[in-house]
Design a protein around this ligand. Structure first.
Ligand code: NAP
Length: 460
């Protein structure tokens, strides 16, 4: 019988990606009966994925998940391998040689495309870019957003769209004690945006945002939500949807929208207009965005399966800056099968599959497994399910001893990669917290990899 998973021959696991699903997969592996060693690979020197660079800076409670990840990282069986890009600094084939199993938890790093003319005009941005920029993600540090326009448009009605609207709508005083990147705070401080339009392709009963996030739009210091009561009229199928208690989330959001619609028209400050049943069909402008052409939609289909269908009614909205917030999408990695249609790593119960079936030793969890849905906590059950598949497969795995990072660390050093350990990250973390203190912020993030590495001693 194989001794894999014992003190003499621990199961060596590589996790690729250090966001919530990576940490929950680590937690499930370390809690399992067999002896497991986990090495977590992350392309940035900083861990925590979207909890650090996706969660809005004014939502500190959501970031408390980090304290759970910090505890997991304290385990002696855990090693953080930061600043290492899998697929560039080390190949998936090399990981396979050094580990019994690899769990890919690399999230959904890019955006869905609208596929309409003018989508990429200057002034038309993805929500990912804006969110990464105000959260100090190094990839987006040098982007510029021209907020000298009075009208901003946000396409999509999910929670990311709400985050984008809220960050555009808040005053500097509402943001300055958060961990928002300073460069973003300075640009937002000079914003001339007065009217923000959040545009959804389906109706008020189908919007994807959650009522807690929606409600916040009605609690801002200098911005009022604007909803046209006519937009809340429902077709019979939507009425049926809202009569079904299983759609509690949509019912609650609809109630908040009704409250917004009953408010008197705002007389001061910014306005956040929520428009429904409209889709962009073209972005127009000579060199940069000037107008978005919208088609009015009607809903078709059975209750809970209604889709937006275009009518022949069009309208144009003048705007100089626009954010496309229509969902994220996973990115392919060399050496890993990819489902290009869905933007995920194809899998059965977390086991990666290719044309000929299950690929031994390769697993997936989180957004790159199921697509970009759910809240942070959703990833816990998802990662636990993948780890269960992995543990069920244990008897079938190659039981030869594997060297893990012991072999890869010198190899990476030879390639000029400064691997950032968890202790290194803690130094970076402490330096960020110190530099935030002066501004009354929980931290001032380093927004460039070189700045993070400068905190650390040279690698030996
Ligand atoms: P999402 O919830 O899937 O919302 C995407 C939005 O884009 C929907 O309104 C969708 O409309 C629309 N859309 C998609 N394709 C479109 C197209 N071709 N044309 C026009 N509109 C289109 O995605 P998300 O906002 O990126 O959020 C991702 C996940 O993160 C969600 O689970 C979200 O709840 C979560 N999140 C949570 C928080 C929080 O808890 N505070 C914050 C941020 C994100 P349809 O409904 O018609 O598809």
């Amino acid at each position: 019988m194989s001794n894999l998973g014992t003190e003499q021959n621990p199961l060596c696991a590589a996790i690729v990606g250090s966001g919530p699903s990576g940490f929950y997969a680590t937690e499930a592996l370390l809690r399992a009966e067999p002896m497991v060693l986990v090495d977590m690979y992350e392309r940035l020197p900083s861990p925590f994925g979207l909890v650090r660079s996706g969660v809005a800076p004014d939502h500190p409670k959501l970031k408390q998940a980090i304290s759970v990840y910090e505890q997991i990282a304290e385990s002696p069986e855990f090693r953080f391998m930061g600043n290492v890009t899998v697929g560039r600094d080390v190949s998936v084939a090399e990981l396979k040689e050094c580990y019994h199993v690899i769990v890919f938890t690399c999230g959904a790093e890019t955006d869905r495309q609208l596929g309409v003319p003018g989508e990429h005009l200057a002034g038309s941005h993805t929500a990912t870019e804006f969110v990464g920029w105000y959260n100090g993600h190094p990839d987006y540090r040098d982007l510029t957003f021209d907020l000298s326009h009075e009208t901003a448009v946000v396409i999509g009605q999910g929670n990311v769209a709400i985050d984008v609207c809220r960050l555009l709508a808040k005053t500097v005083d509402e943001l300055k004690h958060s961990d928002i990147a300073q460069h973003a705070l300075e640009v937002l401080a000079n914003s001339r945006v007065r009217d923000i339009y959040m545009i959804g392709r389906r109706g008020a009963a189908q919007a994807k945002f959650t009522h807690q996030e929606l409600r916040e739009l009605g609690e801002l210091a200098d911005c009022e939500p604007v909803v046209d009561p006519d937009d809340l009229e429902l077709n019979p199928a939507s009425r049926e949807e809202l009569a079904d208690r299983r759609n509690r989330a949509n019912i609650k959001s609809y109630e908040v929208l009704q409250q917004f619609a009953s408010r008197p028209p705002p007389t001061r400050g910014r306005r956040c207009h929520l428009h429904f049943l409209k889709s962009p069909v073209e972005f127009k402008g000579g060199g940069s965005l000037e107008r978005v052409v919208l088609v009015k939609n009607r809903l078709e289909g059975e209750p809970s399966h209604q889709v937006a269908c275009p009518t022949d009614e069009m309208e144009e909205l003048a705007c100089g800056v626009l954010f496309r917030s229509i969902g994220y999408r996973g990115v392919a990695m060399p050496g890993v099968p990819f489902d290009d249609r869905r933007g995920v790593f194809p899998n059965q119960d977390g086991r990666i599959v290719d044309g000929s079936g299950v690929v031994p030793g390769m697993y997936v969890a989180g957004w790159i497994k199921r697509g970009p849905t759910g809240i942070i906590g959703t990833n816990r059950a998802d990662s636990v399910a993948t780890v269960q598949s992995l543990l069920d497969d244990l008897p079938k795995l190659d039981a030869n001893k594997k060297p893990g990072a012991e072999r890869l660390e010198p190899l990476l050093a030879g390639r000029g990669v400064r691997v950032v350990s968890y202790a290194d990250w803690q130094k970076i973390d402490a330096a960020e917290v110190r530099s935030g203190e002066a501004r009354g912020k929980p931290r001032e993030k380093f927004t460039r990899v070189a700045e993070m590495l400068a905190v650390l001693p040279e690698a030996v």
